[in-house]
Each structure stands twice: as C-alpha cells, then as structure tokens.
Design a protein around this ligand. Structure first.
Ligand code: ADP
Ligand code: ASP
Ligand code: MG
Length: 480
C-alpha cells in the first residue's frame, strides 16, 4: 500500500495533472493519492475571504473568477467527455458553496478562522475531484474523498491538531472499502474535521502532513511526497543555488530540518511515520526517474547534511532573581505560552545567570503583547522579561556532525568570522542539529556561510577523492 502526495506546482495545470496521473499509474495498487490545491489557489481563496470580510465586491469577483478559470482550465484536460461533464458539475457545486460562504463572511463583516478554513478547503476539494476524474478518464478506477470525513482533528481552526485514533476509525470506514474495491483513492490534503464535524485545516503546507497521517492510518508501506525539487536539498535552492540532493536522512534529521524551516516538508510531516517506521520518499514530478531522498529510521554518515533557516521569530529572555523558584517561574511562562497557543521553537537556560531563553513564533502578536502577558503571569515574582523581534534561527542538521563536541564551537566561529552576530545557540547530547539564533537580516548570510563551510567543502573534497576520468580510462585499458 503506497500513499503518493502531490503538491500545488505538481498539479498546477492540466499538463501537470496528467503527468502526476502517469506517476500514480506507475505504482502498484492498492494506492492512495493526496492532493494539494493547484498552485496559487490557496492564496487566492485566502485573499477572497479577506476581501469578502471588507466588503469589496469588485475585488472579490475578480479573485473568484481567477479561481474558477484555474479549475476550468484543468477540467478541460480531462480526456473523456462524460468524466469532464461530471467534474464540471461537481466544480459548480463547490464554487456555489464557496460563493455562499463568502456571502456569509461579507454579511458578518468579519472573518473567523472557522469560516476561513471552510472557504480555503475549496482548493483541495476541487483538485481531488479533478484528479480522480482525470484518472478515470484514463481508464484507472478512482474515487475522490474529502478529508473532512477522514482526518479527525481538534478545533484549532487554521492550525488543527490531528486525533490519530479517530482518524484511523474514519479511514477504516471511508477509505479502506474504496481501496478494497480496487479504486485509487484521491483524498484532499490540508483539511480535516473538528469534533463537531466542521472543516479544519492543518496549517499552510499541511498536505504533506495529511499524507503521512493517512499513511499511518492505512499502515502504508511507503509515503511518497512528489514536489518540485528533486528531494530534500542541502539548503533551500532559492537561497543557495548549488544546494545538492541529500540521498538519505533519518526521521530525526528530517523532523529537525522541517521544524527549523525547510519548506519542502510541513513541520509535523514525519511524526506519524515514525511510530510505524514508514519510509517517506521525497521525489520530483519534474524528474520522476531520479532517486530523490529517502527518510527512514537509519542515520548515516557523520557530516552536516543540510542547513536551514526560519525567520519571523521572537527571542524572549526571562531573568529570574536567585531567590526565586526557577521551576515555578518556568511553569508560569510555559503555561502562558500554551494558553496563548504560541509555538515554541526552542528553549534554553543559562543556570548561572538564571536566564531562560525562549525562541517563539513571531506571528503570535509581537513583543509588546507577549511581554505584557508574561509579565502578568509572573507579576508575583521579581523576574524581568526581555524580548527581541525579527529573529531567525539557523540550523545545521546532521546526526553524526552535531554529536561532535567541537561542532558548535566551529559553527559559532564560522558565523563570527562572517560578521553574523549570534543571540543564542545550542547543542545537546544526541542532538541532530546545531542551532543559532541570529537577527533576521543576517539569516541569509548565515545559511550561505554554513552551507559553504559544511557542505561546499564536502563536495570539494569528494571531488578531490574521486579518481579523474582520464585515470579510470587508463586503468581500464590496462585491465583490458
Ligand atoms: P509543494 O507545493 O510540492 O508542497 P513546497 O513549495 O511546499 O512544494 O515545497 C517545496 C519547496 O521547498 C522547494 O521548491 C524549495 O524552494 C523549498 N525548500 C526549502 N528548503 C528546502 C530544502 N532543504 N530542500 C528542498 N527544498 C527546499
Ligand atoms: N494548499 C495548502 C497551502 O498552500 C496546503 C499545501 O499545499 O500543502 O498551504
Ligand atoms: Mg508544501
């Protein structure tokens, strides 16, 4: 049983959908497909929802038309007339439901996260209809499934957390019977359902996560994430043009890379695969015969495999006077961050100065809000709270490399020589990443510097070790 997930660019137009169908058909059955919305559609839907809440009807109809055009363009590629007609009818229904939801938002004059999720789900729902119809038109039995009947979540709209037990039950009810009938199931990525049945989303880029959640529920043999790059690369190729494919990485390394900002995987993607040891492959729809990257339990090698950065963070520092109860203060801070649903990226503590450092997601409302909330929580202590905005975290990921005692010193030395100030750093035993917080404007410089030193050098030395072609030819002549 294989799950194949296709991202937005890989289903961006009729030709890309046809290419993706060819890839699906090359895999043995039973198989399930998870699809994102066509590239650009999620952004358009979010824009439409925003514009609706501000009552700007002209802008709204322009955006809604752009969404329709995109979907109708893909529908035009369905090669069987009956399938095309049925898909267009299903699209009409989805677009009508979208219009109704937008009218509700316009009437309310405010956009709730619940409404936003319901609206944005239209992108994935439309694609699942289009993709399944394409497969059937090509003679492959297929059925679309909306994941707001399969992926059970809590009610954190726009960033919902899945419930694995309910998801497994729902997938047994909804997906397994279809697979049993020999259908290729095409499920929407990104979306789920709250306990009350409303549609939720797993956060931007969440279709990767949907694929491993479905893979775990179905106990898949493999999850394949088909995207627009030939695997996990040693850095974001948009930032480091000579980034190289990493052929194999461990679950821990992949998790760390995604956690620290490598967009190729949604941060939570790997987690569902770990418990069952399901291999996850990252492959390119533009080069389907390339081996890509395989993510498994095993870690190999002792070098840094990839460098990544995540911007838009805040660095909170909390100084607790010596007489205060450090654990109690920490409990209050964690409690407040949890209450405010602020994502914590990293925590460290310098015990001599009794300073606790928290790197947190900056979208939580900026320093003034977060500082005020934490000062309130700590009002009975003499702790002082500091906060810096626009912080980035850079991470050099590689299990063997970051376990070496001098590795962090080397990284800090490299950043120092490149003129990158470091606000905080960490390396722990058994860690898989070396991590430094730097001011946001230095993130690119830090990534380039670390990539050049840790990965550029590996490339240079493996080139030096590799026998020259002329020598190999000479040897083969001698052997022959
Ligand atoms: P999809 O739509 O298929 O989910 P995404 O755009 O979400 O694709 O993710 C793929 C993109 O992630 C790549 O085009 C690349 O720009 C970016 N990226 C960032 N870091 C990395 C990395 N280390 N390896 C590969 N791609 C990366
Ligand atoms: N379509 C959603 C997004 O753009 C989910 C995904 O592509 O993974 O965020
Ligand atoms: Mg993605």
């Amino acid at each position: 049983m294989i799950v194949l997930k296709f991202g937005g660019t890989s289903v961006g137009d009729a030709a890309r959908v046809a290419e993706a169908c060819t890839i699906v058909e090359s895999q043995p059955s039973p198989r399930a497909v998870v699809v994102s919305a066509a590239s650009g559609v999620t952004n358009l839907l979010l824009e439409a929802a925003g514009v609706a809440s501000q009552s700007k009807p002209d802008d709204l109809s322009r955006i809604v038309n752009a969404i329709r055009e995109k979907h109708f363009g893909i529908a035009a590629g369905i090669t069987d007339e009956n399938e095309r007609a049925a898909a267009l009818a299903a699209l009409d229904q989805l677009h009508a439901a979208l219009d109704a939801a937008l009218i509700d938002v316009a009437a309310a004059g405010i956009l709730s996260k619940r409404d936003s999720d319901r609206i944005v789900a239209t992108g994935e729902k439309s694609m699942s209809v289009l993709f399944a119809a394409n497969l059937r038109a090509r003679g492959t039995a297929a059925a679309h499934v909306f994941a707001d009947r399969v992926i059970a979540t809590d009610d954190r709209f726009s960033a919902a957390r899945p419930d694995r037990v309910r998801t497994r039950a729902a997938s047994d009810d909804v997906v397994r019977p279809l697979l049993g009938q020999g259908c290729t199931v095409v499920m929407t990525g990104f979306i789920g359902f709250a306990p009350d049945g409303s549609t939720t989303t797993l956060g931007r880029g969440g279709s990767d996560y949907s694929s491993t959640l479905l893979g775990a529920a179905l106990e898949a043999d493999e999850v394949q994430i088909w995207t627009d790059v030939p695997g996990v690369l040693s850095a974001d190729p948009r930032q480091v043009p000579d980034a190289r494919v990493v052929p194999a990485i461990s679950f821990d390394e992949a998790q760390e890379l995604a956690h620290f900002g490598a967009k190729v995987l949604h941060p939570r993607t790997i987690r569902p695969a770990v418990a069952l040891g399901i291999p996850v492959r990252i492959l390119s729809t533009f080069a389907p015969n390339e081996p890509g990257t395989i993510v498994t339990r095993e870690s190999s090698g002792d070098s840094v495999k990839a460098v990544t950065a995540m911007k838009g963070l805040m660095l909170l520092t909390i100084d607790v006077p010596e007489l205060e109860d450090l654990a109690a203060a920490a409990a209050l801070v964690f409690g407040q961050l949890s209450l405010d649903r602020v994502e914590i990226v990293q925590v460290s503590q310098a015990s001599s100065r009794r300073r606790m450092t928290y790197l947190v997601d900056g979208s939580a409302g900026g320093c003034s809000r977060v500082t005020r909330r934490i000062e309130d929580a700590l009002r009975d202590s003499d702790a002082s709270v500091g906060c810096t905005e626009d912080v980035a975290v850079v991470a050099a990921v590689g299990e063997g490399a970051s376990a070496q005692p001098a590795a962090l010193a080397k990284m800090l030395g490299l950043l120092d020589r490149a003129g990158v100030p470091v606000l905080a750093s960490s390396q722990q035993a058994n860690n898989v990443a070396l991590v430094a917080a730097v001011p946001g404007r230095f993130a690119a410089k830090a990534v380039e510097t670390l990539h050049e030193a840790f990965i550029g050098q590996q490339a240079a030395s493996s080139k030096a070790r590799r026998p020259r072609r002329s020598r190999l030819l000479g040897e083969s002549v001698r052997v022959g």
